[in-house]
Structures are given as structure tokens and as C-alpha cells.
Design a protein around this ligand. Structure first.
Ligand SMILES: [Fe+2]
Ligand SMILES: [Fe+2]
Length: 478
């Protein structure tokens, strides 16, 4: 497909999956009309198959997009914040209503109740404070009818500003005394038996190509391994179907003070070109899922749209790559078996490490705890300000479907953990310690690759730092 055709789809609001980009199409105008008539705005292999009865590629391994921000929505306008917060409240409220067996009141109904009545309602926590005398936890709360206060004699763990929660308690004169706070939380998914062949997903992040501290040798070792040119764990290498890169593909330019002193390649386009040279060596049967980080060529505010082809042009030559926003949600499909993956670079994570003192070392266990907070809050940045956001009509950072795998990067650590039935991954990095990290005492865990077998949902971490590929000793087996 030439650029002109690609642009035509884009101009009509249709996103073309990378797997289709290499395909020659006839009657493009007819195709666009059909897709628009059907309300379909993504052209991928399954759409080609279902809509045009044209099985163009082997789709026994494919990626179905559930959530992807394509950047067409108008940029931030101050007036949009009310719409944005209402959408956040309404969406999370619906999730909470589905959890509870009725009996929920509005906050204005609660206010009108006589003292001593048991009450149960949904509210957004607008502010948390500790009362100076009795050391009560005081929550300023609101819903779309009014605002009020709720008190707890003990400090409730995991309760944060701007979360939407169910509060159960007793009405008193000027407030509600809290018995219990219920978060939206993810569901426990039933683990369905599957008879698919072994199929591995491997997770990379924070490659930081262009940095003088880029771990080139270990990455070359990884490329050899994934080409089955290494004896160790060759059975896994041969069964890899999906490879993720969860942002910070390049080091970028001007991201932190004095960065230029640590740059090997001082040009964004050339950094992406170098990354292309590396990714081009990955076997073409492996699907590469690429999304954005704060070092990539885009704005910081989230959601970040897919990589801009005008900067990252060469990468778009990769027929086996798909380019997604940050965050995104997809299904990895092997035969008919689906694995739901939520990908997020993780820019909000340091906020929680800085504000919840027990997580301030940002060790893998701390990252795991913060990722659990995201899942329990059903939001990737539950406290407003923990990351920069674009106030869209719908809050894009809400966690809709419960994922089977939730993967982040950004922290340059490695984690393979579990919460309920969801596998939690922080996907390491390919950059040795920078002067910036040294200043803040951050020790990266370099060149570790979490791998997960989609058939069994078991995983381990492979270490490419030393000469021999080995299992990383700190691996948490899931
Ligand atoms: Fe990074
Ligand atoms: Fe990052």
C-alpha cells in the first residue's frame, strides 16, 4: 500500500493496522465507503477477512485492537475538564453499580437522611485530610448531586484523592461515619482451558536508542536469541509470536537537563532509524507491538497517539509491526484463544512512589503495589495530576475490561507478578545508569526480558546482560 492510499484511509478516520500496510489493495474508495457505512474505523486482518472475505495473511496469530487513541480528537480546551471528570465519574459509577446489589443512594439523599441511618452510596473523593485533634481521616466527597464529608477513625489504606468508590457507613449530623470503602477493582477472570500450541509473548521497554548508555551488546544478544541462534531457552525463542516495546524506544532530545552530553545520536529521526536497523532483524513471523513513552517524539500528556510517521518513518517499513497509542488495550489471538493485554508506559508510577512513603524506593515490589492500585482503582492515574492528561470526552485512562496481562515500563526495573488473575509486568530497559538516575539513586535492572506463555499463563524473566542467556534470579514465577 503506498503512502497516498494510507493517507486516504487516515483522512477518512480509518486506522490501518501495520499487518495490512504491506498489502496492495484495489478499489480503495469502495473499501472506505463500506467501512464507514459499517461504522468500522480500523482496517486489520480480521476486518479484511470478515468484511471483504479476503484472507490475505495467516491470521492464526493476530492482534485485535480494543482501545487505541488515534489523536484525531481536538486538543485540550479548559472547558473540557468538566466533561472529562463527569465521564470519569459516570463510567466508574457504572462499574460500581454492577458490583453492588442495589440500595445505593445519591449523596443528596444521604444528606437528607436522619442521623443514625445506615447509608451506602457512590462518590468521588475530592480531598483527603487528617483532622488535627482526633486524627480522623476526613474525606471531602462529591457526586453529581452535591458534595459532603465522610470520616473514618482509622486511616484506610489504598484510598486516594479522586478515586470513585462505594462508601458504606452511618449518617451523623454533618458527615457520614465510614464502615467500609469499596474500590471498583478488576474482576477475577475464569481461566479457560486451551489447547493452543505454546505461544510466547516477550516484553521489552525503554530501549533508549541514541543514548551513549544504550546497552547495545545485550540487545544484540537478545536479537541472536530470538533468531534461535542461541542454545539457551531455544524452545521459547522458537515459539515467540508477539514482541512488545512499551515506550521510550529512543532517548530523544532535551528530555532531562544536560542530556546532550550523554547522547550518541543527536537527531530524533536518526535514533528511530537506528532502532529500525535493530528491529528489522527480528523474525518476520513475530508481531511487534510498539507504543509511546515520554522520551519518544510526541507530547507528554496522555493519551499519546501512535508514533508520528514523519519522525519514525523507517519503522513503518516493518511489515510485522503495529503502532499503538499510550495507553492501549488489545487482544493477542492465537487460533481462537484471546489474551487481553493492557499496555501503559507508566508515567504515573513515580507520583505514587513519591506520595506513599512505603513505596518510595521504587523497587519491583513497590512498582507491583502501585500497579495493583491502578487495577483496584480501574484507572492508570487515579489521582488527578499523577500524570498529565488530555481532557477528552471520555477518560481514556480508565481501565475498562479486566486485562490478562498489564504491562508497564518507564521505571527501568523488571517485575513479573500477579494480582488476582492478571499478570503484572514491568519490562526492564536497555540503558545503563544515566547521570540523572545516579543523582536520584535509581539503579536500573538492564536487559531483562519477561516472557509469558499464552497457553499456560506461566512466565519467567530471561537475563541478557551476561554472556550466557539465563533465567534472572529475582524472577517471580507466575
Ligand atoms: Fe525510560
Ligand atoms: Fe519513560
Amino acid at each position: 500500500m503506498d503512502n497516498e492510499t494510507l493517507e486516504k484511509f487516515f483522512a477518512n478516520g480509518i486506522l490501518v493496522d501495520a499487518a495490512i500496510e504491506g498489502v496492495e489493495l484495489n478499489n480503495v474508495d469502495n473499501m472506505i465507503n463500506t467501512l464507514k457505512a459499517k461504522g468500522i474505523f480500523i482496517l486489520n486482518t480480521s476486518v479484511m477477512h470478515d468484511v471483504f472475505s479476503n484472507k490475505i495473511v495467516d491470521d492464526s496469530r493476530r492482534i485485535d485492537i480494543i482501545k487505541n487513541y488515534d489523536g484525531r480528537t481536538s486538543p485540550s480546551k479548559p472547558a473540557d475538564w468538566t466533561v472529562y471528570f463527569n465521564s470519569r465519574f459516570n463510567r466508574l459509577r457504572d462499574m460500581l453499580v454492577a458490583k453492588e446489589n442495589g440500595g445505593l443512594m445519591s449523596l443528596s439523599q444521604v444528606k437528607g437522611m436522619p442521623s443514625g441511618t445506615s447509608v451506602k452510596f457512590i462518590a468521588m473523593i475530592s480531598k483527603i485530610s487528617i483532622s488535627p485533634i482526633k486524627k480522623f481521616m476526613v474525606l471531602d466527597i462529591e457526586d453529581n448531586t452535591t458534595s459532603y464529608r465522610a470520616l473514618s477513625s482509622t486511616v484506610k489504606d489504598g484510598v486516594l484523592d479522586d478515586q470513585v468508590v462505594i462508601i458504606k457507613g452511618k449518617k451523623s449530623k454533618d458527615a457520614v461515619f465510614i464502615d467500609d470503602i469499596i474500590l471498583p477493582d478488576v474482576q477475577v477472570k475464569e481461566n479457560l482451558e486451551t489447547d493452543i500450541p505454546d505461544s510466547y509473548a516477550v516484553f521489552l521497554s525503554d530501549v533508549h536508542v541514541g543514548s551513549k548508555l544504550f546497552a547495545k551488546e545485550p540487545l544484540e544478544r537478545f536479537i541472536k536469541w530470538i533468531n534461535s541462534e542461541t542454545d539457551e531457552y531455544a524452545n521459547i525463542a522458537k515459539s515467540v509470536d508477539f514482541l512488545f516495546i512499551v515506550g521510550d524506544m529512543i532517548d530523544g532530545i532535551g528530555v532531562y537537563p544536560d542530556q546532550e552530553k550523554e547522547l550518541e545520536i543527536n537527531d530524533l529521526k536518526k535514533q528511530y532509524e537506528e532502532l529500525y536497523n535493530i528491529l528489522d532483524k527480528i523474525p518476520k513471523n513475530i508481531k511487534i507491538i510498539i507504543s509511546q513513552g515520554n522520551h519518544d517524539a510526541t507530547h507528554i500528556a496522555e493519551p499519546q497517539p501512535r508514533l508520528d510517521p514523519s519522525f519514525a518513518g523507517p519503522l513503518y517499513k516493518l511489515d510485522n509491526a503495529i503502532f499503538l497509542s499510550n495507553p492501549y488495550q488489545i487482544n493477542l489471538v492465537v487460533n481462537d484463544h484471546k489474551t487481553n493485554v493492557l499496555g501503559y508506559h507508566g508515567f504515573s508510577i513515580p507520583y505514587y512512589a513519591n506520595t506513599i512513603s512505603k513505596y518510595n524506593k521504587m523497587n519491583p515490589e513497590d512498582i507491583e503495589a502501585i500497579m495493583r492500585i491502578h487495577l483496584k482503582s480501574r484507572h492508570l492515574a487515579p489521582t488527578h495530576g499523577s500524570t498529565q492528561v488530555i481532557p477528552l470526552q471520555e477518560d481514556f485512562l480508565i481501565i475498562g475490561e479486566t486485562p490478562d496481562i498489564y504491562v508497564t515500563g518507564h521505571i527501568h526495573k523488571v517485575l513479573l507478578g500477579k494480582y488476582k488473575e492478571t499478570i503484572l509486568i514491568n519490562a526492564s530497559c536497555w540503558q545503563y545508569q544515566t547521570s540523572y538516575q545516579k543523582k536520584y539513586g535509581l539503579e536500573p535492572e538492564v536487559a531483562k526480558v519477561p516472557v509469558v506463555n499464552l497457553k499456560t499463563k506461566e512466565g519467567l524473566i530471561l537475563d541478557f546482560l551476561g554472556e550466557k542467556v539465563q533465567v534472572y534470579k529475582k524472577a517471580i514465577k507466575v
